[in-house]
Design a protein. Structure first.
Length: 110
């Protein structure tokens, strides 16, 4: 399961996507960071997380629309740079880009 976590350490806000087998494993990890937990949300199965570059803090929220059905699919993609992201998008046949947002997050595998 993937969890989206917002926490605070001193004056900085931290955002993480945590891959953990359970809610309690995610919470245990966060308690070990010493951060003050602001929010933990379970990412639904409708959001696909792709850690192409898991050490990258560049996180792209990408929404693609299926051209045949009109369904919109949401991805959180960790990539080092925009050109790698563009390459990944170009490989998604039958889909058009609806939205791309860049944010800073850390990917954690517990």
């Amino acid at each position: 399961m993937h969890f989206l976590v917002q926490s605070q350490n001193n004056t900085s806000n931290n955002f993480r996507v945590i891959n953990a087998s359970s809610w309690s494993n995610c919470l245990s990890y966060m308690e070990g960071t010493g951060d003050v937990i602001q929010q933990i949300s379970n990412l639904s199965d409708s959001v696909s997380v792709i850690a192409a570059s898991p050490s990258s803090t560049k996180s792209y929220n990408v929404r693609l629309k299926e051209t045949s059905t009109g369904d919109v699919i949401t991805y959180i993609i960790f990539q080092e740079n925009y050109s790698d992201l563009q390459n990944w998008i170009s490989q998604q046949t039958g889909k058009t880009v609806v939205q791309i947002l860049l944010s800073e997050k850390t990917y954690v595998n517990v």
